[in-house]
Write a new protein. Structure first.
Length: 111
């Protein structure tokens, strides 16, 4: 996961790479939930979920792949919001597969 600056102020692109670590006998299908933890200018801690971060109010990022998938999601942060970390949860459509979650410190890559 890495973040790059978008074309406008307070806009960014979150890049997520999904890779299967086992021999892929079938297609992986599911969705990714994304949220950003941080603080507003007044110091109040807040978590922004994907519908809050996207103009289309997208709830999750769907995926369907055999070996790997690259997901790029544009996000818009509110004015005064200071991001601290990105939380990602990968959910399989298979009922016997538990969701996988990981958090990453917020860091914007240089262009």
């Amino acid at each position: 996961m890495h973040v790059t600056a978008g074309t406008k102020a307070q806009r960014y692109v979150v890049h997520i790479a999904l890779v299967r670590s086992v021999r892929p006998d079938s297609v992986a299908i599911g969705s990714v939930a994304l949220s950003i933890d941080g603080a507003m200018a007044d110091g109040k801690a807040i978590t922004l979920d994907l519908p809050t971060l996207t103009p289309g109010k997208q709830k999750e990022l769907p995926f369907n792949f055999r070996y790997f998938a690259n997901l790029d999601q544009d996000v818009a942060l509110p004015v005064g919001f200071q991001p601290q970390k990105v939380a990602i949860e990968v959910r399989s459509n298979k009922k016997d597969v538990a969701p996988a979650s990981q958090s990453f410190p917020w860091s914007v890559d240089a262009s």
